[in-house]
Design a protein around this ligand. Structure first.
Ligand SMILES: C[S@@+](CC[C@H](N)C(=O)[O-])C[C@H]1O[C@@H](n2cnc3c(N)ncnc32)[C@H](O)[C@@H]1O
Length: 289
């Protein structure tokens, strides 16, 4: 494992997530097994995991990352098995190893987009592990806050005429609203009818909640400020041409016998929440407001 990830301050959060997956992989009742996670996390990832757990309630962000991982494992495999999709795109793939640990149908193309420094560090670990990918994996080094990433994705073999499954996991929290809308607009332009989109997002109340404040402050001190949240993920997705099915961690389909905390119905206003979103391409986007 090389030294710290430098450049974009959000880049090291990729190792934090890998550390959470490494720890989960050591449990008897694990929800997935990620043999690469410990090496991908490295000392930087485990230090982040420790600091963030110190700054939050027990089982907080680590368990959220675990539930989210399994939820979107199931979502992506389902997209391929039941909807016949053969193109998967991870926006902000980080240290994700789904290309290596899940069973993909033959001919699945798997695109991983992230910052160059993240993908380089990741590929060094993967190469030295000798573990083989289980799909046609392609990495696309881009800055998703810049204009030109769709060209890079298309140049790497993505076919915008064929349905695709997208995953935007662990990213939008760190972006400004204009960048989130820009990203969703570009994804929409690349996703034909029959495409699917997974995304996780916090609500505004969570960003402002006293309970989340210590963790938000710890992130901000590292330059990875929590910026974007929405109380209405259905409307956000609808605006960009997607029909969203929204699940809260702990609800049916996102519990896995592990989420012990209460889950409050959406009709109760003013509470901090996180959302796991599965969306289907529903048609043309609404005109920009
Ligand atoms: C919390 S990690 C999530 C990674 C992965 N999806 C996961 O769940 O493990 C956030 C990721 O967003 C990436 N990221 C942040 N800003 C980015 C940008 N402007 N362009 C590309 N990737 C970015 C970081 O490099 C990091 O890998």
């Amino acid at each position: 494992m090389s030294g710290r990830l430098r450049g974009n301050p959000v880049a090291p959060t990729s190792r934090w997530m890998a550390a959470a997956r490494a720890r989960e992989s050591g449990r008897e009742d694990r929800l997935f097994y990620d043999p690469l996670a410990a090496d991908l996390a490295g000392p930087e990832g485990f230090a982040w995991l420790d600091r963030m757990e110190t700054a939050s309630r027990p089982g907080g962000p680590g368990l959220y990352a675990v539930i989210r991982t399994r939820f979107f494992d199931d979502f992506l495999l389902d997209a391929c098995e039941r909807s016949g999709v053969r193109q998967v795109v991870l926006a902000a793939a980080g240290m994700d190893t789904r290309a290596f640990r899940l069973d993909w149908p033959p001919q699945t193309r798997f695109f991983e987009m992230d910052l160059p420094e993240v993908l380089e560090a990741k590929d060094r670990v993967i190469e030295s592990s000798g573990i083989e990918e289980r799909c046609g994996r392609r990495t696309v080094a881009v800055d998703l806050e810049k204009e030109d990433w769709p060209e890079a994705l298309l140049a790497s073999g993505y076919d915008a005429q064929r349905p695709s499954a997208w995953l935007v996991e662990g990213l939008v929290l760190y972006l400004g609203g204009a960048d989130v809308r820009g990203l969703l607009g570009k994804i929409g332009a690349l996703a034909t009818s029959g495409s699917l989109l997974g995304l996780d997002v916090m609500n505004r109340n969570l960003l402002l909640s006293p309970g989340a404040w210590p963790q938000m402050a710890a992130l901000a001190r590292r330059g990875a400020r929590g910026r974007f949240g929405t109380n209405d993920p259905e409307a956000l997705l609808a605006h960009h041409g997607w029909t969203a099915d929204v699940t809260q961690p702990g609800e049916e389909g996102a519990n896995f016998g592990r989420w012990a905390g209460p889950v409050f119905p959406r009709r109760l206003p003013g509470l901090p929440r996180s959302f796991l979103v599965r969306a289907r391409r529903s048609g043309a986007p609404e005109p920009s407001r």
